[in-house]
Design a protein around this ligand. Structure first.
Ligand code: NAP
Length: 338
């Protein structure tokens, strides 16, 4: 495994989730699109997305030293996990180094959370074809059960050896503190909080959530770090993204000036960088670990070029000045507390 990026000054420290022995670079790969039809168009509008382009994205990421893969039981109705299971089975030489993170969907209907979380973990283990899940996350703050009950359910699957580290997603500062403390009572550390964070959604930095995660030793994982493709430079007001991408769904007229700044910063970097690489590097500079989706080798290789270099404080300030705080929607209230 090697890092193909043109390394300049960055000393990218490796990261480890408490409870999991494997370390990884401050960058991962999101796999929601792998097997998904409703948002990302696999088998629908995106006829170029196939299991072989996914396999190429997987290999390109690993070759670039990116070894954290994020999935969920609900992505593609389990198909994302099944695809990862097939990739793990066909690449056994590198599989042991990889960090596979998946998620339990804590629907309010799942009132017997001990049983439903354990059943879900067993289902994910089977689809992934692994003995232990490296990071098991609660997908969103939508359970009707208390943090004590959720922590207890996580502690039980940890005790049983089904999962190594445990995390949450979309948790607010208050919720993060609360579940951290409930896990601590059971001898476990909260490993991560996965939140939407990008130059299109700076709210987790402004609210103090990122700083609180660092204080608690919780790794902030940044999802939709490219604004679901909006920050890559390939979409614009005259060519908006296809499909139903509703995180940070600002009109592209509002996004275009920000992308121009990302492109300009990239043009003036020591080694030329793309808007995607600049956006991902800005997230790393803020202390979070971006997990950009990648559908093919080109995207995976490009995204891995966020490693091994630094933005200057002036470049960060330029991006800060153009960054948006995020959209206020019903989803914020129900799903995105963090
Ligand atoms: N916990 C949660 O509630 C939650 C919510 C959302 C996402 N997530 C996680 O976060 C991951 C990433 O978020 P996301 O997939 O929503 O959005 P994203 O990473 O911001 O955008 C990914 C999309 O951007 C395009 N893209 C990626 N790299 C590119 C590049 N270098 N050049 C050009 N286009 C590129 C691809 O789509 P096109 O080629 O089709 O444009 C890709 O599918 C997900 O896969 C999932 O694991 C978690």
């Amino acid at each position: 495994m090697h890092n193909k990026t043109n390394s300049t000054t960055a000393d990218d420290g490796l990261i480890r989730f408490p409870g999991c022995s494997k370390s990884f670079q401050p960058l991962g790969v999101g796999t929601w699109a792998w097997g998904d039809r409703s948002t990302w168009g696999m088998g629908g509008y995106d006829s170029t997305l196939t299991e072989s382009t996914i396999a190429e994205a997987w290999t390109a990421s690993i070759e670039a030293g990116v070894t954290l893969f994020d999935t969920a039981e609900v992505y593609g109705g389990g198909e994302s996990e099944r695809i990862i299971g097939r990739l793990l089975a066909s690449n056994t030489d590198s599989s042991d180094d990889l960090v596979i993170a998946t998620k339990f969907f804590p629907s309010p209907l799942k009132l017997n959370v001990n049983r439903s979380l354990r059943d879900a973990a067993l289902g994910s283990l089977e689809r992934l074809g692994v003995e232990t899940i490296d990071l098991y996350q609660l997908h969103g703050p939508i359970s009707l059960r208390s943090h004590a009950a959720l922590a207890e359910a996580l502690a039980r699957v940890h005790e049983e050896g089904l999962v190594s580290a445990v995390g949450v997603s979309n948790y607010s500062i208050r919720e993060t503190r609360s579940i951290h403390s409930e896990l601590e009572k059971r001898g476990l550390l909260l490993a991560s909080n996965q939140i939407e964070f990008s130059p299109l959604r700076r709210a987790p930095e402004k609210s103090g959530l990122l700083a609180e995660c660092v204080r608690l030793g919780v790794v902030p994982l940044a999802y939709s770090p490219l604004g679901q493709g909006r920050l890559t430079g390939k979409y614009s007001a005259s060519n908006p993204p296809p499909g139903n991408r509703d995180f940070s769904a600002f009109p592209m007229e509002q996004v275009d000036p920000l992308v121009s700044v990302l492109a300009d910063v990239g043009r003036h970097a020591e080694v030329m960088r793309t808007p995607s690489q600049v956006a991902l590097r800005w997230i790393i500079a803020k202390g979070a670990v971006p997990i950009p989706g990648a559908k093919n080798a080109g995207q995976a290789e490009q995204n891995s070029g966020a490693l091994g270099w630094d933005l200057t404080p002036e470049q960060i300030s330029r991006i800060d000045a153009m960054a948006l705080n995020g959209r206020r929607t019903l989803r914020n209230r129900v799903w995105q507390h963090g």
